[in-house]
Design a protein around this ligand. Structure first.
Ligand code: BGC
Length: 412
């Protein structure tokens, strides 16, 4: 193994630091039939490659998931609770679903793990999606009501909460291009409406969560690629990162709707969750500029750019001015050595940012398991553990063991 992949290179972590691994309900539970994603996966001509089907059967096998987190010696487990299960019909709440999540959280805490709970990770109940989903302003109150009921039931078992995961991705892909559920291609109209409602819902749900039992940090998690905007629309022209692009330059609007509005909203939060996977070059309207044919890419077709993490974290902290938690970072690859290289380099860039004074409080690897990667189906493998598609048995990969060693060394 190369020196850069040394498990001692990260060095000691600050007090209170959280090492974790992350999952999301729809990607692992299976049978999430009441959600807009299930409907989207099964719609004729859907851009989704395949059904989420049984996923990793974590609805039943969640004890195996917690066992993996413990086996790696991590501090925390990030998971999401499913709105479509907790409120299967408008205004009708399932105590059984809430109890299910309560059992997972209690069991995690009994193992000594901190619980990091996301209230919305990409999926929306289908009853809401058919009413225009996040384009409908009524979703703000409905989401806050769900968050309130969920926190009343679960709050004393939560150690950290995120209201909404990557609202910027859902607004763009779900409501502007239609490439994600609920598949609405309303362009700028969809993007603007969903963005406004996401910000409103975040603020209202955050207040609801804060008003419930338990005392824990609340924030949101943002997809924050290391974005480079090319005002002339080509890779050959000069590119500007977030803070370099003049406010009136072409592309400034795009940066605002993708990141600025959320980072501003996060100023009243306890932390900002940063989720970075790669450096992305875009035209001013957000059109992704194709990577050159000879560039190293991951299974997602994303450029292999682990150091993007350090840059994104610096930007998020500079704008939001609250502590940063890396709530997702990782790579889809079939080559587990490459995963180790990716994490070693992304973590080195994170360490550098911390040494330069950025207040970072934790790191969650995406993902604990190989799972349902949304429109791409089960092909991309992000997991620290593999899942057998027939028996659902979980097997920790060498990268999982490498991560465990790094975590151990950082505490020594
Ligand atoms: C999402 C995850 C997803 C991952 C890799 C993030 O956009 O929060 O659900 O699996 O990135 O694409």
């Amino acid at each position: 193994m190369s020196d850069t992949a040394s498990t001692t290179a990260f060095g000691p972590v600050p007090p209170g630091w959280l090492w974790g691994a992350a999952t999301a309900a729809h990607q692992i539970e299976g049978g999430n039939t009441n959600s807009d994603w299930w409907a989207f996966e099964h719609a004729p001509g859907s851009p989704a490659m395949e059904s989420s089907a049984d996923a990793c059967d974590s609805w039943h096998r969640w004890p195996d998931d917690l066992a993996l987190v413990s086996e790696m010696g991590l501090d925390a487990y990030r998971m999401s609770i499913e709105w479509a299960r907790i409120e299967p019909a408008e205004g009708e709440f399932s105590l059984a679903a809430l109890e299910h999540y309560r059992r997972i959280l209690a069991s995690a805490q009994d193992r000594g793990l901190k619980t990091a709970v996301t209230f919305h990770h990409f999926t929306t109940p289908q009853w809401m999606a058919v009413q225009d989903g996040w384009m409908n302003a009524e979703i703000v109150d409905r989401f806050a009501r769900y968050a309130d009921i969920a926190v009343q039931h679960l709050g004393d078992r939560i150690d950290m909460a995120a209201t909404i995961n990557e609202p910027n991705v859902v607004a763009g892909l779900g409501y502007a291009t239609g490439g994600f559920a609920p598949g609405i291609a309303a362009g700028q109209v969809g993007l603007r409406a969903a963005t406004e409602n996401f910000v409103g819902a975040h603020v209202k749900a955050r207040d609801a969560i804060k008003g419930g039992p338990g005392e824990f940090p609340v924030g949101l998690t943002l997809a924050l690629p290391d974005l480079v905007v090319h005002p002339d629309g080509t890779l050959d022209g000069q590119g500007f990162r977030y803070d370099e692009l003049p406010a009136d330059a072409p592309g400034a609007d795009y940066l605002r709707v993708m990141a600025g509005v959320y980072l501003d909203a996060a100023q009243d939060d306890d932390y900002i969750g940063v989720q970075t996977y790669f450096t992305q070059h875009v035209a001013p309207d957000g059109t992704v500029l194709a990577v050159p044919a000879d560039e190293r890419v991951t299974q997602m077709g994303w450029p292999f750019t682990p150091e993007s993490l350090g840059r994104a974290v610096r930007h998020a902290h500079a704008v939001a001015q609250v502590p940063v938690i890396v709530t997702e970072n990782g790579i889809a690859t079939t080559d587990d050595e490459e995963r180790i290289e990716y994490y070693a380099r992304s973590l080195a860039s994170l360490r550098q940012a911390m040494d330069d004074g950025v207040d970072v409080r934790g790191f969650f690897a995406w993902s604990l398991l190989d799972n349902f990667e949304w429109a791409e189906g089960f092909r991309p493998t992000f997991g620290l553990a593999a899942v057998d598609p027939v028996t659902f048995d979980r097997t920790l990969k060498p990268s999982g063991r490498w991560y465990a060693e790094l975590v151990w060394a950082s505490r020594a």
